[in-house]
Structures are given as C-alpha cells and as structure tokens.
Design a protein around this ligand. Structure first.
Ligand code: ATP
Ligand code: MG
Length: 178
C-alpha cells in the first residue's frame, strides 16, 4: 500500500439494485471532503429524482445533470437518432468535465447502458479515461459494464440481485427508487 493520492476509475455494475445510489453515496463522501462532484446522467431525463433537489444544497459543489430523456427505444435501426445525439452530447460534456480541472470526481451514471446499446463506442471512453488528469476520480454505472472498461478500472463492484420488491409487483417507491 502507498499513501500517494491518485484519481481512481470505479465501476458499479451488475443486475442488483444500488449502482447509482452507491455512486451518489461516494459523491456525498467526496463533497464532505471538500471535493467538487459532477454526475452526468446518460439516458435519464423523464423522471425527477430526489437527488436532483438534494444536491441543490451543496452550492454547486455537487451537481447532477440529466443528459437524456428516458425510455430509450433501442435495437439496431430501432434506435432513435435523437437519443444517439443526446448520448454523443452527454459524452462530449463528460469528456470536457473530466479534463476541465473543475471537478474532482465525475460520475457517468448509466453510461454502461449507452455503451451496451451501442450508442457509444467503448474504445473512445477507454482512450479518454487512460489519458485523464491524474487526480480525477471517475465512476461509471450501469449493468453489463464493457470488458474493456472493466479491465481499465481500478475498483469494480458487481451488484448481485438476491431479491427485489419489483418481483412481488411492488412499483418504484419514493425515496428508494426516485
Ligand atoms: P438505484 O438507482 O436504485 O441505485 P441501479 O442504479 O442499481 O438502482 P438501474 O439499472 O440504474 O439500477 O435501474 C434503475 C431503476 O431500476 C431503479 O429504480 C431500481 O430500483 C430499479 N432496479 C434496479 N435493479 C432492479 C432489479 N433487479 N429488478 C427490478 N428493478 C430494479
Ligand atoms: Mg442506475
């Protein structure tokens, strides 16, 4: 173990619940350490999540931006070009944020889905992360993290589903799912 400070690449993936919320928890921890945190939410946009309001309390030190519109229709030619444009814009902003020097932690929420849906090239993401400023922490969330990203990351956590309320027909609950 060394005590030298460095920026890490983390991935929260797997089918169980907790990928985004664990990233938010890490963001909260970082903000408490005086760091500046940006979460860019790929694909999301149609739901209003509690964290969007909660982070208002952090005076610009914990910022969440929704970069999509939700309910993406995918599958080859089915994919709406507008959704692809939104993913490309989200990625451009993500890359810029990572390199800007403005943020200590950049969370790319649901980016693994955008990659999995072939809306974003994983090699492009890998290249940008390889060359990132040393001290910036980057967290990527979403199921089915691409193998190239898993290989690159320092810490990878796979959420395993033991059970989920949804299987009993319980719909998304305020404060738990949104
Ligand atoms: P959370 O945002 O609660 O941390 P997540 O990021 O791990 O969840 P996503 O794949 O982003 O999960 O899915 C988002 C939504 O789907 C959340 O409302 C979450 O509760 C729900 N969800 C997550 N895992 C499951 C599951 N195994 N079965 C049913 N619904 C799920
Ligand atoms: Mg999520």
């Amino acid at each position: 173990m060394t005590d030298s400070r460095r920026g890490l690449i983390l991935i929260n993936t797997g089918p169980g619940k907790g990928k985004t919320t664990a990233a938010l928890g890490t963001g909260l921890r970082a903000v408490g350490n005086g760091m500046r945190v940006l979460m860019l939410q790929f694909l999301k946009g149609s739901w209003h999540y509690g964290e969007l309001d909660a982070t208002e309390a952090f005076n610009g030190n914990f910022v969440i931006r929704q970069m999509g519109r939700g309910f993406v229709k995918v599958g080859g030619a089915e994919t709406d070009p507008e959704d692809i444009r939104m993913v490309e814009a989200a990625w451009a902003e993500a890359r810029e944020a990572i390199y800007s020097g403005e943020w200590d932690m950049v969370i790319l929420d649901e980016i693994n889905y955008a990659i999995g849906y072939k809306m974003l090239n994983p090699a492009v993401v890998v290249e940008a992360l390889r060359g990132k400023p040393e001290m910036v922490h980057v967290i990527l969330t979403g199921r089915n993290a691409h193998p190239l990203l898993v290989e690159l990351a320092d810490t990878v956590t796979e959420m395993r589903e033991v059970k989920h309320a949804y299987q009993k027909g319980i719909l998304a609950q305020r404060g738990i799912e949104f």
